[in-house]
Design a protein around this ligand. Structure first.
Ligand code: RB5
Length: 148
């Protein structure tokens, strides 16, 4: 299950991503917002991140105006590795090397077609493991208040 969430700036793009996930046969859970009324991105980033951190959802895709604020909020949740992506290379490498479990998009930065390409690449690229796992373990150490 893929969680999707956005603030008010990302509602239209979120609908496009939901349609793409449906076409790819990937079940998705839209946790809001559904409204164009101004709202606070940390609420939505946190909701999606909690679902991933708890294991209820495998991964999540979040959207705000730049993609940055909502990724920042998501990355405060333990166990979350959320990448802000505006290009396909970062999407691919963030999976291969960083095993990202959340993807953030800027609705005011990327157009819908590029966003959908980024999503598909991010969903389909596996983690390479090996030397990269050690580095992720170091990030977990930081989360635990230790030196990496
Ligand atoms: C909302 O205007 C905007 O600040 C928000 O969507 C996001 O871009 C913040 O990082």
């Amino acid at each position: 299950m893929i969680a999707i969430a956005s603030d008010h700036t990302g509602v239209a793009l979120k609908k496009e991503i939901a349609a793409l996930l449906k076409a790819l046969d990937r079940p998705c859970l839209d946790v809001g917002t559904d409204s164009a009324e101004s709202t606070d991105y940390p609420v939505w980033g946190y909701r999606a991140a909690r679902l991933v951190a708890s294991g209820e959802c495998e991964r999540a895709i979040v959207i705000c105006g730049t993609g940055f604020g909502i990724s920042l909020a998501a990355n405060k949740v333990k166990g979350i590795r959320c990448v802000l992506c505006s290009d396909c290379y970062t999407a691919k490498l963030s999976r291969m090397h960083n095993n990202t479990n959340m993807l953030s998009l800027g609705a005011r930065v990327v157009g819908p077609e590029l966003a959908k390409m980024i999503v598909q690449i991010w969903l389909e690229t596996p983690f390479e493991g090996g030397r990269h796992q050690k580095r992720l373990d170091m990030i977990s150490a930081i989360e635990a208040g230790k030196e990496p």
